[in-house]
Design a protein around this ligand. Structure first.
Ligand code: HAM
Length: 402
């Protein structure tokens, strides 16, 4: 909606500027992909692939509206031989994603990501840069009071080890888990860890995972990531239960949460996917990324006002002659680059003032027949309430300075 777009555009503008400062390049991958791409990368048994894909079937092929951005970026990277042309690469993207979920506050069927993908390195400095970039973006959006949760899932073998540990620990507690978790126990056991059901949470909190499943290399990698985050004074918490819902993740995963969002409390999330590039037919290189949900950022920002922007000038002209002159004055203001608007409904002074106020005008300019004769206008500062007469020819310079 128009009133939300001020902040939306601000978010995009700040993101582009910030990504450019970090030397990330924009990439625009297609919205429609072959459906199999998502089965292969997100995982056959993930919720997204099982239940949430918008599918388009034509005679021979099955396509999907992308549910997320990572798989498409990796496909484009491989298909365009960017590994050979660019090698190590840092990308960002802004665009719509689609998931056939039950809509609720903060959960939509079409939503938008601001995301980034760094392809070509397993070094922990990439993890540190991405988490600190996500943190800096939120700070520049003036969002505060969020929590950054970090964990390491380890390499593929460690993940198998974690799965084994969970099977062992949970096999006698199945009746205490919800129906969904009983299904997850068979085909997607890691997701039990982020089930929100209270009785499942109780069982989960008895598990003592604490990096026990990590091999020495992955443990050292995670230690370097934590060290790097500490060195940059990033406020984060290690959460041993953070797993993420997509199969491609390995090693570092993170999620950023905000209490004010209610049930859908993740503003953004990401992690490493060191095997995905190879799995999709590319070189054996590490990679990592994250994505923010723009609509959730908007929900957090809704309290901010200023519908038409702080600089708006609202012109009220009363009487036929003043109205003719008013159109010329409005034209001059706009040509001078001053955001301005007027009443198009022949309102009374009181009605027009109310509208100026509703539109968030910073200044109101009033002209009636009297002012026309004297070559002046009345200028009202809406913030201070102060009102003064100024010469017509001094209006633009006065507003520009103000
Ligand atoms: P994700 O956690 O599925 O990760 O989505 C990232 C963010 O998108 C979420 O934290 C949330 O803010 C927002 N989001 C997800 N689903 C919805 C929805 N239905 N309605 C509104 N907002 C939503 C990914 O998609 C990964 N591709 C992130 C990533 C990039 N990992 C590595 N690189």
């Amino acid at each position: 909606m128009p009133e939300e777009l001020n902040f939306w555009q601000k978010i995009e503008e700040i993101s582009r500027r910030t990504f450019s400062i970090y030397n990330y390049q924009e990439i625009r991958a297609p919205i429609i992909e072959e459906a199999g791409l998502f089965n292969r990368s997100l995982g056959e048994f993930t919720e997204i692939v099982q239940k949430q894909m918008f599918l388009i079937q034509n005679k021979e092929d099955l396509y999907a509206l992308r549910p997320e951005g990572t798989a498409g970026v990796v496909r484009a990277y491989i298909e365009n031989s960017l590994d050979k042309k660019m090698g190590f690469s840092k990308f960002y993207y802004i665009g719509p994603m689609f998931r056939l979920e039950r809509p609720q506050k903060g959960r939509l069927r079409q939503f938008h990501h601001i995301g980034s993908e760094v392809i070509g390195s397993c070094e922990p400095c990439v993890d540190v840069e991405l988490i600190s970039l996500a943190d800096n973006l939120l700070k520049s959006f003036s969002i505060s009071d969020y929590k950054i949760l970090v964990n390491s899932l380890g390499c593929v073998n460690d993940k198998l080890e974690l799965i084994k540990m969970l099977q062992e620990a949970l096999k006698d507690k199945l009746e205490m888990l919800c129906e969904d978790c009983n299904v997850r126990f068979k085909n997607n056991i890691l997701r039990i860890l982020d089930c929100k059901n209270e009785s499942c949470q109780k069982v989960i909190h008895t598990l003592n995972l604490h990096e026990k499943y990590l091999c020495s290399e992955c443990r050292a990698h995670f230690a370097s990531v934590k060290h790097g985050l500490n060195a940059l004074k990033i406020d984060y918490e290690v959460s041993q239960y953070l797993v993420r819902g997509l199969d491609y993740y390995t090693r570092t995963v993170f999620e950023i949460k905000h209490d004010k969002l209610g049930a859908q409390d993740a503003i953004g999330a990401g992690g490493r996917y060191d095997n995905l590039v190879k799995q999709l037919g590319g070189p054996d290189v590490g990679a990592m990324g994250f994505a923010f949900g723009i609509e959730r950022l908007l929900l957090l920002h809704r309290l901010e006002s200023g519908a038409l922007g702080p600089g708006l000038v609202y012109l009220i002209s009363l009487g036929d002659e003043a109205k003719k002159f008013g159109m010329q004055l409005l034209d001059k203001l706009r040509k001078a680059g001053i955001g301005s608007d007027t009443d198009y409904e022949n309102k009374t002074l009181k009605g027009a003032m109310r509208q100026a106020n509703d539109r968030g005008a910073r200044f109101v300019v009033i002209i009636g027949d009297n002012e026309l004769k004297k070559n002046i206008v009345i200028l009202k500062d809406m913030a201070s309430g102060e009102q003064k007469e100024i010469k017509q020819e001094e209006l633009i310079s006065g507003l520009s300075i103000g």
